[in-house]
Design a binder for this molecule. Structure first.
Ligand code: SF4
Length: 332
């Protein structure tokens, strides 16, 4: 882990509601039509080093998937820049640059990302063929190699997606992504829709592949427990902002931000009593609407430590030590 592979510099992404016909008519008649905007990602800066796995964690709707899509060049940021190896992921006109074939994504629902009419051998080979990584003559052996690597029998290449279980389909999605020889793999909730026992198998596969291929990866999850053993560093997101980031071992041992503490307390653990902690505790309250985030610290309505200052002054992400940052007035 030396040079940064991915750099996000003050990246923001906003989504505006489309103006409906009714709104246009109302505006013509003189009514005030409110333009509402969702700030999905707000000025996020972070980098991912070569060979590093970054866990990106937060509740649904916090903006982590949007951030992953910006990093992959699928979505253009509204402000800021994403760079891969020092080059912008998006052109100035919002086009995905060719270099982003070097970034591959594994999504939560592998069935939706696989063409039901295509044999999985074709699905795995089509990207490498289109980008000249392999030729037709070598495609069969290449597909067999990719399937073996994810623990599937090469003879499965002639089957269709519906002939596989959820866990097997996710292995196929991983094989297809790795077949492109990506420099950066972005996994967006890849085990969220799987049974717990299958989740463990797929996570172990990621661990093995990470070691064997020295992968650089961003692993997105709503569950801090899922990314624990995979990540070198962990970034916690809340309503579009990074609220804490640091080495995984430190974040799990001594979380500084109250939201990270609450996320960690909400992870069910078998040996919690032996560790002297209280029982599983869900996070209080609901994630506020990103259409109207609370002023000051976005987390203040759910935070047991909130003060007057928290209600009016947004905390900045500040260094707490080497590689350790948190955005909380108390952590200062
Ligand atoms: Fe809680 Fe205040 Fe820290 Fe926000 S800034 S997490 S409200 S203590």
């Amino acid at each position: 882990m030396s040079a940064p592979l991915l750099e996000l510099d003050a990246v923001s992404r906003r989504f505006s509601r489309r103006i409906s016909l009714g709104d246009r008519i109302a505006a013509k008649l003189g009514a005030t039509v409110e333009m509402r905007e969702v700030r999905a990602v707000e000025s996020v800066s972070l980098s991912v080093m070569k060979g590093e796995t970054l866990g990106l964690v937060g509740e649904s709707g916090c903006g982590k998937s949007t951030l992953g899509r910006i990093a992959a060049g699928i979505l253009a940021p509204s402000a800021g820049t994403a760079r891969l190896d020092g080059k912008p992921v998006m052109s100035e006109t919002g086009r995905r640059e060719k270099l982003t074939t070097r970034v591959q994504t594994v999504f939560q629902d592998p069935f939706a990302s696989l063409n039901p009419r295509k044999r999985i051998g074709e699905a795995i080979a089509e990207g490498p063929l289109a980008h000249g990584l392999i030729d037709r003559a070598g495609s069969r052996a290449y597909v067999a190699e990719q399937l073996s690597r994810v623990g599937l029998d090469p003879s499965y290449s002639s089957r269709f997606p519906h002939q596989f279980s959820g866990g097997q389909r996710q292995r196929i999605a991983i094989a297809r992504a790795l077949a492109m020889k990506p420099d950066l793999l972005i996994c967006d909730e890849p085990v969220a829709s799987l049974d717990v026992s299958i989740q463990a198998q797929v996570l172990n596969l990621f661990l093995d592949l990470r070691r064997a291929l020295n992968l650089t990866a961003i692993f997105i999850s709503h569950d801090l427990g899922v990314v624990r053993h995979l990540s070198d560093r962990v970034a916690i997101m809340y309503l579009g902002r990074i609220v804490e980031i640091g080495p995984a071992s430190e974040i799990y041992a001594a979380p500084k931000h109250p939201y990270t503490q609450a996320l960690l307390a909400s992870v069910p653990r078998l040996n919690r009593h032996r560790e002297g902690r209280t029982a599983f505790k869900p996070i209080a309250g609901e994630l506020p609407s990103p259409l109207s985030p609370p002023p000051g610290c976005h987390f203040h309505p759910r935070c047991g430590f909130a003060t007057e200052r928290c209600r009016s002054e947004p905390p900045q992400l500040r260094p707490l030590g080497p590689e350790r940052w948190a955005a909380c007035h108390l952590a200062e």
